[in-house]
Ligand binder design. Sequence first.
Ligand SMILES: NC(=O)c1ccc[n+]([C@@H]2O[C@H](COP(=O)([O-])OP(=O)(O)OC[C@H]3O[C@@H](n4cnc5c(N)ncnc54)[C@H](O)[C@@H]3O)[C@@H](O)[C@H]2O)c1
Length: 457
Amino acid sequence: MSQQRGVIGVIGAGTMGRGIVQLFAEAGHEVRLYDTQDGAAARGRDFVADLLRRAADKGRIKPEQMEATLGRIRPQSELGGLAGCDVVIEAVIEDLGVKRELFRALEPIVGEHAILASNTSSLLVAEIAAACARPLRVAGLHFFNPVPLMKVVEVIAAVRTAPETVAALKQLVEGAGHRAVVAADQPGFLVNHAGRGLYTEGLRVVEEQAATPAQVDTLMREAAGFRMGPFELLDLTGLDVSGKVMESIYEQFQHEPRFRPSSLVRPRIAAGLYGRKSGEGWYRYEGQSRVEPAAPRPAPAKLTQAAKPVAVRKAHAFKPGDTVTEDDIRAMPDSAYMDDVQLEYFRGLLLKMRNEVLARELDVKERLHQREVFADPADRATAEEEHWLDLRLRERESMLLRKIDDALRRIRDKEYGYCVKTGEPIGIPRLLARPTATVCVDVKGQDEKVETHFRDR
Ligand SMILES: NC(=O)c1ccc[n+]([C@@H]2O[C@H](COP(=O)([O-])OP(=O)(O)OC[C@H]3O[C@@H](n4cnc5c(N)ncnc54)[C@H](O)[C@@H]3O)[C@@H](O)[C@H]2O)c1
């Protein structure tokens, strides 16, 4: 049966590769799995074995079925092991250079009739195919996570993909019980283009402190009827993977503002908060179970200790849902220790405060307007007094607004402290009071002695 069904090669034994292997092995194909990481292909097979064993224990599949499926999965230690495959599906990291190099190396290994498909989420298939001598047989085959359960697969026809290649891939997908939808080779194809509304807006809501990730997720599930909210989905996909998709779609849409990736993403990727795969993302996980909403990560212990003389209570006190007052900001000491995640919360607090100031301004404007229209001449004296008071208030507020904007700009331009040793941002100079200062912390020698000084730019 496996011979009639054609041999499938899968490259990359990560989240997607393992799912693709399971789908086609269960559908009766011989599937060869290759990954550059030592032992990853074998671990990929073990992963599928574990899932199938659980399904067998629950009586969802027969033990013989499980054995037969596992017998069709063949881990390979070299790319050359994919010689003779009819279709090879690539599910390696989302990097154009890596994918192009891989396709270039693969082409002479597989026969001329073989189809090469990429599971890319966001790269243009035509750009991958351009590395190949025979782009006619190259297409996109975009699965969704988890592959065995997500029944739709996008088949992407690049500019030079032959119609027969598209037809063969449709047949392959449908033969495995999934539904194939042909989509154009355009940024994000269909699903990831539409999905920007969910991810990008969800992130923006959190960035502006309008709601927490858990609140957004609950709303999207319970009011909008989604199976998962954007943050749950980001944790499932992996922020390292989704972050690249966000950047790539933004690039491909020529920096259209509505696709701008949220500034919350990069620091979280840098901190390894990928989601389920790293044990923590927007939520915390133990095994496959969610344990609690993630709190801001504490600063790395070594640096916190080392930086104690300049470390700051305020910075550590900031957390989602906090409010910050003008006095808090004025009271900020010369240097505040913040890692990138805390810095993002601080930024969120500033944005919230900015919104409040703007709302107050609107309120004052509205009151002045009402008075102009409806004031009783008898009340004029009081009204004029109030008017001047309002103006003074507006003046004060607009100064505050300027300071907030300046602080936001400096956060954006990374004008805050950094550790000389690691190059990581570690502190904020008194953002509002010392516009030209950069705080530097020198970590010297083995004993990590810390010296803090200001350097004027
Ligand atoms: N995670 C998702 O939800 C999702 C959904 C749809 C599409 N995708 C796309 O699928 C692809 C893989 O995503 P993932 O989440 O499975 O990634 P992953 O990080 O879980 O796995 C990638 C695997 O590829 C291996 N690898 C890297 N370079 C390689 C190379 N040159 N040759 C062989 N193996 C190599 C890595 O060792 C790793 O095991 C990406 O293009 C991603 O955009 C991901």
